[in-house]
Design a protein around this ligand. Sequence first.
Ligand SMILES: NC(=O)c1ccc[n+]([C@@H]2O[C@H](COP(=O)([O-])OP(=O)(O)OC[C@H]3O[C@@H](n4cnc5c(N)ncnc54)[C@H](O)[C@@H]3O)[C@@H](O)[C@H]2O)c1
Length: 382
Amino acid sequence: MNNKTLGVGIIGCGNISWAYLTLAKKFNHIEVKAVADMNMAAAEERAKEFGVKAQTVKELLKNDDIQIVVNLTVPAVHYKVSKQILDAGKHVYSEKPLTLSYKDALALQKYAAKKKLRVGSAPDTFLGASHQQARKAIDDGVIGKVVSGTCHFMGPGMEMWHPNPDFFFNPGGGPVLDMGPYYITNLVNLIGPVKRVSALAGTGRKTRTISNGPRNGEVLKVKVPTTYHALLEFANGASITLGLSWDVWAHKHQNMELYGQTGAMFVPDPNFFGGDVILATQGNLPEAMKAWDHPFGVKNWGMKNSQTDVIWANYRGAGLADMADAIIKKRHARCDVSLVAHVVEVMTAIMEAGKSRKVLTLKSTCKRPIPLGPDEARALMK
Ligand SMILES: NC(=O)c1ccc[n+]([C@@H]2O[C@H](COP(=O)([O-])OP(=O)(O)OC[C@H]3O[C@@H](n4cnc5c(N)ncnc54)[C@H](O)[C@@H]3O)[C@@H](O)[C@H]2O)c1
């Protein structure tokens, strides 16, 4: 076993940083050394909570103990901050979306290759037990070749739970860039790259009222479409409907249904690592597959600071640990920029098609990420 560990720095100490700092301790090959934020008070709070150093962004980028920097800033500055990290000679692991344009994703990919550095990005939920079990079943031909499917992520919005939801409703926000990464990345994991897309888009409400935290009651202008119905044609010939909306109070659609030549599969929410994979093979009623013994399916997560009510499997950071392992072993990382840049192109093409109402052919393609079976997942954990 290779016990080498890479030093990790985090830029962006907002909402999701708590999960990263908590879960990073569970993984091999990574150790968080310092955190930074343009709001020094936010960095100091996280540093104190987790016993790491608080630094300015400049100091963190010069810190010789750090080889990988995790970019947890807001999407509008993801490209700028990731470019700064590469400029400083460090590997980047970004939260989603990697960038807001395919051009920027490609620029990061090329710049990193020139500097012999890695760029990786969330989501890593497709490495979860359920999605990997679904992947294995598809690869084993359990439902035959996937020919079509439907995916839905629909809810009333983000202003209900996020204390600073501005970025969701500004350019760079919207449900495609926010939730699309989970669905599209998992579809690529399951059936391969996308070839063409089309979409219709709309905005359900012109304003949103924050209904949580210190800014409760503040009204925000909605500057992006909040409902998309997209059609995706995959390189394997499959056609998939993808509905992403923050204008829906209730619905009864499954997160992800895949229809194969000899059966159907219901895949759980790709925003999570766990959940039941349900199979209906030719002539049989749908039935949950027996969950396999995969470490990224074990429930370990409840509400913040709660030691009880452990209701989810949450292994955010698995993609980061896999990238560290890949750097050490000089192998391809599962959340590598080649996959992520393709997903950025799919998302931005959906948004473009939402405006133009055209069917767009993509320029990029990618390989499916290599599967992460139970033993390989176990090896990433302490
Ligand atoms: N909140 C979640 O549950 C969640 C889940 C999954 C992914 N994400 C993704 O994680 C990212 C961060 O989300 P969040 O909810 O933590 O946002 P947030 O607004 O709570 O935190 C972002 C932090 O980044 C800092 N920041 C912004 N620009 C900066 C810059 N140029 N330099 C240094 N610091 C800067 C801000 O001061 C803030 O503290 C987003 O890309 C989001 O899509 C969030």
